[in-house]
Ligand binder design. Structure first.
Ligand SMILES: Cc1ncc(COP(=O)(O)O)c(C=O)c1O
Length: 383
């Protein structure tokens, strides 16, 4: 049957967001019992026990709508960062806040959005859906940021500049003074969006949360900047990726626009209850940070010992290139071969083809046992 519908050109031409592979997909493809997923930078310890209890307690109330705007959660987030609740926009994952920022600030066909390339896939995707021009400055060869190249793309029609720190997929965090210089050099009317989905892992040192925050983040000096938004998520440190909860901190006037443009009840009552409980679960947060710090050190050291090129990471994942081997090149490339061979052994890591980096892989830090299983499998493959 033919239909007379025709989606907008921008939508017809979209490449869908490429997520990491799921455990169920790999279990059914290879008929494996044990699968280890180190592909999507989720919390290695699972979900916060307090958040899990809160979800169980709240389950009987899911027939009700959440309180509009989730004011208790907004208060708690504002308190966590020492800011006014008027500056907080919660969303169905920080993905929703990214989408809202683009939709509220960039006029289709007139404004543009500037990013680095490669970058987290949602900035280009949502910009395209909105019909907004995307400008991308290449990262340096070592995946550090080339600020001059980015600023060259920015003009008075640039509504938003997205910078991810620590960056995904490299794990690199630029020093805060570089971010400050960038914020000060942007034209009036351009918002600098610092996506800090993984900042908790960079800011923690020797198990002490936020002890290095001022080194990497402008958040402690948020009030000094009128053109700054900072994005955070409950998907990583708090282990709530599947519930979808994230937030943005931004000037109150802008926050108010986003809250008006947001779909009603996009944050559901289970996510709200879990988020409130997760913020209280200090033991879980400390244990997660320790597990990531230890695991990251182990993985970086052992990957280098296996001859991989390892990109230093301050996040809960590590990007690496498998060693070159002697002999003819494999049709799928060395990274493709390692990726498929790991899958056959029940270990899912992330290929970076969708980031335009077919020679590289990204592995999330797992529990100690998972890290060791991954390393053993990789050792066998490279032998
Ligand atoms: C850099 C970056 N920003 C945002 C997100 C989205 O987080 P959320 O689960 O809160 O939508 C991710 C998810 O992986 C990410 O890597």
């Amino acid at each position: 049957m033919t239909t007379s519908f025709s989606a907008r050109l921008a939508v017809r031409e979209l490449e869908p967001y490429a997520p990491g592979l799921s455990i169920d997909e790999i279990r059914s493809r290879y008929g494996l019992e044990r699968i280890i997923k180190l592909a999507s930078n989720e919390n290695p310890l699972g979900v916060s026990p307090l958040a899990k209890e809160a979800v169980e307690r709240k389950a009987a109330s899911v027939f009700r709508y959440a309180q509009s705007g989730c004011p208790r959660l907004v208060e708690a987030i504002a308190g966590l960062h020492g800011l006014s609740p008027d500056c907080v926009v919660i969303g169905n994952g920080s993905d929703e806040v990214i989408d809202l920022l683009i939709r509220c600030l960039a006029e289709p066909g007139r404004n543009n959005v500037a990013v680095f390339k490669p970058c987290f896939g949602l900035y280009p995707l949502q910009s395209r859906i909105c019909g907004v021009e995307l400008r991308a400055a290449p990262l340096r060869e070592n995946f550090h940021f080339d600020w001059e190249a980015l600023l060259d793309l920015v003009d008075e029609r640039t509504s938003l500049v997205f910078v991810t720190t620590p960056d995904n997929p490299s794990g690199y965090s630029p020093p805060a003074p570089e971010l400050e210089k960038l914020a000060l050099r942007l034209p009036a009317g351009t918002l600098l969006v610092l996506d800090e989905a993984y900042m908790d892992f960079a800011a923690c040192s020797e198990g002490i949360p936020n002890s290095r925050l001022a080194e990497f983040s402008l958040l402690p000096r948020f009030r000094d900047f009128g053109n700054l938004a900072v994005l955070r998520t409950f998907s990583k440190l708090h282990g709530l990726a599947g519930l979808r909860l994230g937030y943005g901190l931004m000037p109150a006037e802008l926050a108010s626009c986003l809250c008006r443009a947001r779909l009603p009840f996009s944050v559901n009552i289970l996510a709200e209850a879990a988020g409130l409980a997760a913020l209280e679960d200090r033991d879980f947060l400390l244990e997660t940070l320790k597990t990531v710090e230890r695991g990251r050190e182990l993985l970086q050291r052992e990957l280098a010992a296996l001859g991989c090129r390892v990109y230093p990471s301050s996040s809960n994942f590590i990007m690496f290139a498998p060693p070159e081997r002697d002999g003819p090149a494999r049709p799928e490339g060395e990274a493709g071969h390692v990726f498929e061979s790991l899958l056959r052994r029940g270990v899912i890591v992330r290929r970076l083809n969708s980031y335009g980096l077919p020679g590289l892989l990204r592995v999330s830090v797992g529990k100690e046992e998972e890290n060791r299983i991954f390393l053993t499998a990789l050792r066998e493959i490279l032998a």
